[in-house]
Write a protein that binds this ligand. Structure first.
Ligand code: ATP
Length: 336
């Protein structure tokens, strides 16, 4: 299989700041790579280099088979890019925005119009297509921006935090749209701060911090790195905790941890639901009443915390980004 994106040893410095410190990335054709990392990890810098908006200080990259440094113009013909801040002209209608992009790509009048209508339908914007986009919700603008990135049917797509700041409903709508694209064979590199997004969309995930890859694998492999499943049991009467422990510990793959103040115990297990059923049977036979019981699997949030020492951000609460620039200014910088 060919690689849609391959980057080796990318380095980018801004004076004293090392934004990328030898970054390696690979997106096999037809797959989705999720790039996760805390604020300032280097995600946007990597995307800007791969989409030819920025030159690295060292390293090399090929996108859709073309060298990013040797032939940036050809790379731009083969990619679609959609960013954090939807770049739509709000005085034009949705249709006009897409038609304009088609003309910029020299699709021709007829083909450009047909493509605009086709994309409006694909992105569930048919009814709103003839309204100025200033009347659109945030989710609709993002969908239109993504549609704009697809006008020329690029085989490789870059999405930089495509759902940051969207409400949960619009986010799930966007995920559905992205999944349809990927099912159609588009190769995708996606940066995100939402671990659920990576879990749902990405075939492979790289976690980056300080401009380097600190972990990679699929979601299950990454979760396995931070430990396996655990059974958590809360007994109704604290005095029963010791008895519960001696009944359950033989079922585990490690020692029970007791939290007496919460009347609970945590037992590392392998075998999930089967072990949980056996644990419940033993506790029931012994007449031990429970307040709560559950099987807990590590989430990507646990992975992120253990790797980076940061809790993952669910959204950027601060309107200014890590560089202290308001979003609009940064968006303008992206298109320059
Ligand atoms: P975020 O999630 O906040 O977008 P990120 O992972 O995309 O973060 P980058 O925007 O790539 O991170 O930034 C990586 C580092 O490089 C940060 O320390 C950032 O402050 C710095 N940096 C990025 N662009 C510039 C610039 N134009 N001038 C100076 N420093 C910069």
């Amino acid at each position: 299989m060919n690689d849609a994106v391959i980057a080796r040893g990318l380095v980018k410095r801004y004076k004293d700041v090392v934004a990328l410190d030898g970054l390696d990335l690979c997106v096999p054709e037809g797959s989705v790579l999720g790039v996760l990392g805390p604020n300032g990890a280097g995600k946007t810098t990597a995307v800007r280099i791969l989409t030819t908006l920025l030159r690295p200080d060292a390293g090399s990259a090929r996108v859709a088979g073309v060298d990013v440094l040797d032939d940036p113009r050809e790379v731009r013909r083969r990619i679609g890019v959609s960013g954090q801040y939807a770049a739509v002209d709000e005085y034009l209608t949705g249709f006009e925005n897409l038609d304009m992009v088609g003309r910029l790509y020299h699709l021709g009048r007829r083909a450009s119009r047909d493509r605009a209508r086709e994309l409006l339908a694909q992105f569930h914007l048919e009814d709103a297509g003839d309204r100025p986009t200033k009347t659109y919700s945030g989710g609709m603008r993002r969908r239109l921006d993504l549609a704009g990135a697809l006008v020329a049917k690029p085989p490789v797509l870059f999405l930089d935090e495509p759902t940051t700041g969207l409400d949960p409903r619009s986010r799930t709508d966007m995920w559905d749209v992205i999944q349809e694209l990927v099912a159609g064979g588009t190769s995708l590199l996606l940066t995100t701060q939402y671990l659920e997004e990576a879990d749902r969309l990405a075939d492979n995930i790289v976690v980056i911090d300080h401009g380097r890859v600190i972990a990679e694998g699929n979601a299950d492999q990454l979760k396995a790195q931070v430990g396996g499943e655990r059974i958590e049991v809360t007994v109704a009467v604290g005095d029963e905790l010791g008895r519960a422990r001696s009944l359950l510990e033989p079922l585990g793959v490690g020692p029970c941890v007791l939290e007496e103040s919460r009347r609970s115990l945590v037992l590392p297990v392998s075998g999930g639901a089967r072990v949980l059923t056996e644990a419940l049977r033993r506790l029931d036979e012994a007449g031990i009443d429970l307040d709560d019981v559950g099987l807990r699997r590590p989430t990507l949030d646990d992975v992120f915390l253990s790797l980076t020492g940061h809790v993952a951000e669910s959204a950027r609460a601060d309107p200014e980004d890590a560089q202290g620039k308001p979003p609009r200014e940064r968006a303008e910088e992206m298109v320059r």
